[in-house]
Ligand binder design. Structure first.
Ligand SMILES: Nc1ncnc2c1ncn2[C@@H]1O[C@H](COP(=O)(O)OP(=O)(O)OP(=O)(O)O)[C@@H](O)[C@H]1O
Ligand SMILES: [Mg+2]
Length: 268
């Protein structure tokens, strides 16, 4: 039985659950598909990343954390995007201190972890969503993340949770994510429909695989119903974006009235 997590602060979440039923459902499907991929891993740590910026890593990671926690899995959401921290905003938590302070030995983990109250609290002891923000900016994120302290931090969290989900920077512009992926169980690669470059996604996939990172799947984010040629009420697609045709990835902004569907698009 894992040790209990002891967060110091508790926040009522500003739920990133969108009001759209299709959006919620897409995260349930994503949760279910990822659960299958994680079935053989004890206390997994999963990084959520993408090839380039703004493809929806943070939104996906946070909503997935909510989906797992809502299903009664004790879930820890960690923001390791030390260059562009954003997850705290989506879970309505503070970012006054976090990973940086723990890694630099300025704070203990148990005094840093925050508890996020879910809109509907799952039953059962020790369930729920816990959050660890980035904390203060550091000068050398990749170096700090590459230390044994980061590895010990993640394994310490994993020992106390059913699942650790980690928001990270994009793979191509900085080294941080490859450094983190070496100490995680594997990765989910987020792509944005009609926005991601096929070449960039393919390059990111190759880098992760060369880095011995297990790829659990690809999430097709910012996917709108009209993208689906085989429509249900909302689009749902399997297949690797690495095999997508270039015309599938031209840029188009997401709908202004909220989030579009996010789907696990297939394993690589
Ligand atoms: N499915 C979606 N539907 C609509 N808007 C979305 C969706 N996913 C992400 N966005 C929007 O796209 C922008 C980028 O999302 P997000 O911050 O999650 O991306 P990111 O990959 O984490 O970016 P960064 O690389 O800067 O960390 C945000 O404004 C977010 O609200
Ligand atoms: Mg982000």
């Amino acid at each position: 039985m894992p040790r209990p997590l002891k967060p110091t602060t508790s926040y009522g979440a500003r739920s990133p659950w969108d009001t759209s039923a299709a959006f919620e459902e897409s995260f349930r499907i994503l949760r279910s598909n990822l659960s299958v991929a994680l079935a053989d891993i004890d206390r997994p740590t999963v990084i959520v990343t993408s090839a380039s910026a703004e493809e929806g890593k943070t939104l996906t990671c946070v909503n997935l954390a909510f989906a797992f926690a809502a299903a009664g899995r004790r879930t820890v959401l960690v923001d390791l995007d030390l260059r562009h921290p954003n997850a705290h905003r989506l879970v309505n938590a503070h970012n006054e201190f976090g990973v940086s302070e723990v890694l630099l030995g300025k704070r203990k983990l148990e005094d840093t972890l925050q508890y996020v109250e879910l809109p509907v609290q799952p039953s059962g002891p020790q369930t729920g969503l816990y959050f660890l923000g980035t904390g203060a900016d550091v000068a050398n994120p990749a170096e700090l993340l590459g230390t044994g302290r980061t590895s010990r931090l993640l394994s310490g969290l994993a020992a106390q949770a059913d699942l650790v989900l980690i928001d990270t920077p994009p793979v191509l512009p900085v080294a941080d994510t490859l450094v983190i992926s070496r100490i995680a169980s594997g990765a989910l690669l987020v792509t944005a429909a009609r926005l991601s470059s096929t070449i960039a996604v393919s390059k990111a996939k190759d880098l992760l695989i060369r880095n011995q990172t297990r790829l659990f799947g690809v999430v097709l984010n910012k996917f709108q119903a009209r993208d689906a040629s085989f429509g249900y009420g909302y689009g749902y697609g399997y297949g690797s974006p690495a095999r997508a045709e270039p015309e599938d990835v031209t840029a188009e902004p997401p709908s202004p009235n909220g989030a579009d569907s996010a789907h696990i698009a297939g394993t690589l």
